[in-house]
Ligand binder design. Structure first.
Ligand code: FDP
Length: 355
């Protein structure tokens, strides 16, 4: 490197190091409006939660009382892990005194948490899944957090949070944090999808990729095939199709965020369908499928229940579930085509049987 090139390279490295998350959010708005500042501050708080959770996860095996179950069962009927409780409390703690939100709603809370009256109250609601892929926690595999930001509508005097029961197009921002070999935060405020990597030496999330576009098609299909015989025929038809055609490969990590991150960058489809007994599936709309759908649509991909865009689903309750087919547009279309085919065949058969 010549002496002249050296300062230029140094300048680039410095420029990159200064592209922090909060600065990036402000740049997206191209203004210092109250909304821009609020959103930048909210993302900064989410980043703080991510750093605290990441720090805890990185030492979990060395500390007492961090791994394993609490012995309790949450509102979803799932056994609660100590990390679920910790991560849930982290988000509440970082937002409680922030003056940015009025409520937080999470997978671990039966009812939303309302900011107490003696704390400053903001106009936004944070919805989140504190630890996504909990089964991976105890074995040091990747897990994630998912978040969505919505603005409060009305004053929610009865504390029923009914304004949250709206479709996903109402979201202001959505994103996830992936706790893997590095900690990555991916977000969208409706203006493209951007990813940041936590630089532990700086304690800052630094921009790594701007305006991520998901490939139109990819080789990966990501689903728990252990449920094959509980699925309906349409999803089984699709699975048989990928088994019989070249160019497909299965990847399933047990953490939606990890599987989706792969698909966002390399293309493919993640499927968590309903089963014959539970047609609504397993994943929750407001803090899992809707924020990820928001993100994936922003990256040029698609997210569907199989018959409807996820972003058009209006939940009947806070913890409503939806099936999820998400990823590259062509791959989601293909899964949907199997569902439509089956529905056509079923209705033809019904007509024949009735005649
Ligand atoms: P988990 O219950 O372990 O938190 O969010 C739900 C989720 O994980 C996803 O992250 C994951 O993709 C899926 O459930 C795993 O469920 P199965 O074990 O039924 O495959």
């Amino acid at each position: 490197m010549t002496n002249q090139q050296q300062p230029v390279a140094q300048e680039h490295a410095l420029d990159r190091d200064c592209k922090t998350l909060s600065r990036h959010v402000l740049e997206q708005f191209q203004s210092f409006s109250a909304e821009a500042q609020d959103l930048s501050a909210i993302m900064n708080r989410i980043a703080l939660a991510a750093k605290l959770i990441s720090r805890r996860l990185s030492r979990a095996g060395l500390m007492a009382g961090v791994l394993g179950f609490t012995g309790e069962v949450n509102v979803q009927g799932e056994s609660v892990k100590k990390m679920d409780v910790y991560a849930n409390e982290v988000f509440i703690s970082v937002f409680k005194q922030s003056g940015l939100v009025c409520r937080l709603a999470s997978e671990e809370l039966e009812e939303p948490y309302y900011i107490p009256e003696n704390c400053p109250i903001g106009r936004y609601t944070l919805l989140y899944d504190p630890i996504d892929g909990s089964s991976n926690v105890d074995i040091n595999l990747n897990v994630g957090s998912i978040f969505s930001i919505r603005q409060q509508e009305g004053n929610d005097i009865d504390g029923e949070a009914r304004d949250l029961l709206q479709d996903g197009r109402n979201q202001i921002a959505g994103g996830y944090i992936l706790y893997g070999p590095s900690t990555i935060l991916v977000y969208s405020i409706g203006n493209g999808v951007h990813s940041f990597i936590l630089d532990p030496s700086l304690g800052e999330f630094i921009l790594s990729q701007e305006n991520i576009q998901i490939p139109k098609h990819g080789p990966v299909y990501s689903t728990n095939e252990g449920n094959f015989w509980q699925w309906n025929e349409a999803i089984r038809d699709y699975t048989r199709y990928v088994h019989r055609h070249e160019g497909y490969t299965a990847r399933y990590s047990g953490a939606l965020v990890g599987d989706l991150h792969r698909i966002l960058l390399q293309g493919g489809v993640f499927i968590y369908p309903g089963t014959v007994k539970k047609p609504e599936g397993k994943l929750r709309l407001l803090y899992e499928t809707a924020p990820l759908a928001f993100l994936v649509e922003q990256a040029g991909g698609k997210a569907s229940t199989g018959t409807q865009d996820i972003l058009d689903v209006v939940p009947e309750k806070l913890h409503a579930r939806t099936p999820l087919i998400i990823g590259s547009k062509e791959d989601v279309d293909l899964v949907e085509s199997f569902i439509q085919d089956r529905a056509r065949r079923d209705s033809d058969e019904a007509v024949v049987a009735g005649s």
